[in-house]
Design a protein. Sequence first.
Length: 182
Amino acid sequence: MTLIEEDNPRLLLVDDDETFCCVLKSALERRSYEVIVANNVTDGIFQAEKNIPEYAVIDLRIGHESGLELVKKLISLDDNTQIVMLTGFASIATAVEAIKLGAVHYLTKPANADEIVSALHKNDGDSSVLISENPLSVKRLEWEHLQKVLMQHDGNISSAARALNMHRRTLQRKLDKRPVRE
């Protein structure tokens, strides 16, 4: 068992993938963090209220819940909490919302512990980031648009489907697919 010293920064890790949490927790503890794990939004809020973390790594999609709600709650508890949003379902809309709500960085899975620690301590933008020469594919543009409309409707799939003039199940099926890279 890892010894936790008083001066180790507290980090809240919230992801519904228990195996991923176990591996990442061990890696972060080796980097001198005191890691508290939660596997759903409710438990994440409970843990944060019990012991406000200095750092947090929050998955965007936690089961059927949105990690964005947890980002908002953590910032309301302490606006100095450094939050990294981690996701396998990256979109421009969710990245913008995560940053607007208070996350300091947004990483796509798979991300290793070193990338996550680096992102936790990155407070400034990077003007040297390369700009892609290739436009997004039609499939990626569609996925981005669906994410944007879903955000506009506060994550309500039925409401977003009505706005898109699409059947709710069709929208759910499209959202459950991983986004195409380009």
